[in-house]
Design a protein around this ligand. Structure first.
Ligand code: MN
Ligand code: MN
Length: 302
């Protein structure tokens, strides 16, 4: 089962700086073949379906624990997309009721992904940058531990490639801060799966890193996380369980030769974001003031 904490794993800057085209590029990192939905669901189903797990517990613990971290990653990418869509409809439509005869959504017509405003109220989709929905057959779960770990190493490497290319497409501050964090955390997962494969097979998988062959220190937004040793940290996302991840997450980090370590509990995290109402798309309603009044009455009466 899962607990939920109403925080982001890392606090992202949220300037009002609409960028609907770039928001659509970021969609690939959420619902694309190598996006966060794929890493989340691959590790989640591999952990659900893991047979004989007690006999090889460190491997079960590793996959289950990284899966839980990925749940917070989809949350961060969605928050990024939502921020980049904020303010994209015409000026002045974010306060109070709007007049639909003013065509308030005309400014997003043919820009980015039409479903961002046409189907959602200016928010993230479970799809890639082409608008194609995330698919269950992006999950690879052969049941063979070495093959699944090899796939996960490949998946993290593809995910890193995707992040770097989106970084090259946009300098939006929310996107770049998100990428700085996820490049470091994805790097941890790449190294963790490499170490898992090394323990199992003796193959020197960490020697293949970096994939793609560019270091994280080329991206300035990773510095704050590297300085905080996030690249050496595997967070244990549970109060009492998955303690055997330290049987795999040990030894040195291939980037800097320093010891890696497990930290009990999730990252400190930062505030979630309350993106403003998008009245042009009636989110959360045609008359948001009326909805807020009803909610405030409920809270007063409780
Ligand atoms: Mn991730
Ligand atoms: Mn990952």
């Amino acid at each position: 089962m899962y607990l939920r904490i109403d925080k982001l794993q890392f606090e992202l800057p949220m300037p009002e700086q609409p960028a609907p085209e770039a928001a659509n590029a970021v969609q690939d990192l959420l619902g694309g073949r190598f996006g966060e939905m794929s890493t989340l669901m691959n590790y989640t189903y591999q952990s659900f379906n893991f047979r004989g797990r007690t006999k090889v517990k460190p491997y079960y613990d590793l996959i289950a624990n990284i899966a839980t971290e990925e749940l917070g990653h989809i949350e961060m990418v969605a928050a990024t997309i939502n921020n980049m869509l904020t303010g994209a409809p015409k000026e002045g439509t974010n306060d109070g009721k709007i007049d639909p005869t003013d065509t308030p959504l005309s400014s997003v017509l043919g820009v980015g992904n039409p479903h961002h405003f046409g189907n959602n109220g200016g928010s993230a989709l479970v799809s890639n940058a082409l608008g194609q929905p995330w698919q269950g057959d992006f999950v690879f779960n052969s049941g063979d531990l070495v093959l699944d770990l090899l796939h996960n190493f490949f998946l993290e490497s593809g995910a890193r490639m995707g992040k770097i290319r989106v970084y090259e497409m946009t300098d939006h501050p929310t996107a770049r801060a998100m990428l700085g964090y996820l490049l470091v955390r994805g790097g941890v997962h790449q190294v963790a799966y490499a170490k898992a494969l090394e323990e199992l097979t003796g193959a020197n998988v960490t020697k293949m890193l970096n994939i793609p062959k560019i270091e994280n220190d080329k991206f300035p937004e990773t510095k704050v996380h590297r300085d905080a040793n996030s690249h050496r940290t595997l967070y244990r996302f549970s109060p009492d369980d998955f303690k055997d991840i330290d049987k795999i997450w040990k030894g040195v980090h291939p980037d800097d030769g320093q010891e890696v370590f497990v930290k009990d509990g999730p990252p400190e995290g930062g505030q979630t974001v309350d993106h403003p109402e998008e009245t042009a798309a009636y989110a959360p309603g045609y008359d948001p003031g009326e909805l807020a009044e009803i909610a405030q009455r409920m809270m007063r009466n409780s």
